[in-house]
Ligand binder design. Structure first.
Ligand code: BTN
Length: 322
């Protein structure tokens, strides 16, 4: 029945259609019509409810369309689209252990326990963001696994720029920024087969604030949405496809380090003074460079240089005088 309503609404795109017309055409009550339309809105369909008059179908840019995603990714793999889940990374890790498949993409419309790095949470309201995990069982070495977040960040940042016509940057190591505010974060998790010292699986978790995300006042100061920065509604499904295709392309050419050049070019921190927390020490440094391993090359106030890996740092704050 939901599909039948959708068909009529789409045929009348941008025009008002009354609840009575829909209920008569489909032989269902007006309250059932209203309930089905509310469900469609939750799924991401842009349908305006006009009090006592009816409904106007605007677009389906916000809808997670599993068929569209599958049909448009170049390297075919399992695509799982869920309405609600605790965390797509949790789902992907469990799935990796149960399946013989070597690759899968899991996307959810909302997460109840979206997670970020270092135990932080990731705001994951309904139809307001992209919450996806790319699970793969790679052949590459454990050494390369350290760089997978850089590879994913390059893919996400480039895909965002293409779809939303913006210039995003990467805040080492895993955040994507637009105009100085965070729009996306990446959480890479993995499991190693210790006895073989090789990777069992890697899960690349990607969260992007696209639109309508409700932030607390505290988070509003540091986070933003694509809609706010680009003044447009991007198609979630199209952006997901763009990201997957870029990740696959980088993975197919991992020897050539193109992704790392992109990562360094897109850096939001090179040349800036930042405050770092390394274990229990807090200190100020200038970021000089990011090396081919994705590590930060910094200069201390006393002129000393140091190379720091992401695992050593629990906090990075960009100093305001930059
Ligand atoms: C961060 O900001 O530190 C990383 C955020 C990563 C969020 C994504 S949303 C999809 C996947 N599932 C999760 O629970 N987290 C990642």
């Amino acid at each position: 029945m939901k599909q039948k309503i959708l068909k009529i609404l789409k045929e009348n795109k941008d025009n008002l259609i009354s609840g009575t017309t829909l209920s008569k055409n489909l032989n269902i009550t007006r309250s059932y019509v209203s309930k089905l339309i509310s469900n469609l809105i939750v799924e991401g369909y842009d349908i305006k409810k006009i009090d006592r008059l009816g409904y106007i179908y605007k677009n389906d840019l916000k809808v997670l369309d599993k068929d569209y995603i599958y049909n448009n990714i170049k390297n075919k793999k399992e695509v799982i689209v869920l309405e609600k889940i605790d965390s797509t990374n949790n789902f992907a890790k469990k799935f990796a252990k149960e399946t013989f498949l070597k690759e899968a993409v899991i996307v959810a419309n909302t997460q109840t326990e979206g997670r970020g790095r270092l135990g932080r949470s990731f705001v994951s309201n309904e139809a307001s963001g992209i919450y996806m995990s790319y699970m793969l069982k790679p052949n590459f070495s454990l050494d390369f696994a350290k760089k997978i977040t850089c590879l994913a960040a390059s893919a996400v940042s480039s895909a965002i720029d293409e779809e939303a016509n913006v210039s995003s940057q990467i805040k080492w190591v895993n955040d994507i920024y637009i105009n100085g505010k965070k729009v996306s974060g990446i959480l890479t998790e993995g499991s190693t087969l210790l006895e073989e010292s090789k990777l069992e699986y890697v899960v690349i978790g990607i969260g992007i604030n696209t639109y309508d995300q409700v932030f607390t006042d505290e988070i509003k100061k540091i986070a933003t949405t694509l809609e706010n920065e680009a003044q447009m509604i991007v198609s979630r499904s199209k952006l997901i496809v763009n990201i997957i295709n870029r990740i696959d392309n980088y993975l197919a050419n991992i020897g050539n380090d193109v992704y790392m050049k992109e990562y360094i070019n897109r850096s939001f921190v090179i040349g800036k003074k930042v405050t770092l927390q390394k274990y229990d020490k807090i200190f100020e440094v200038e970021v000089i460079d990011i090396n081919q391993e994705g590590e930060l090359v910094v200069k201390h106030l006393d002129g000393r240089f140091e190379t720091i890996s992401s695992g050593e740092i629990t906090r990075m704050k960009i100093n305001s005088e930059n």
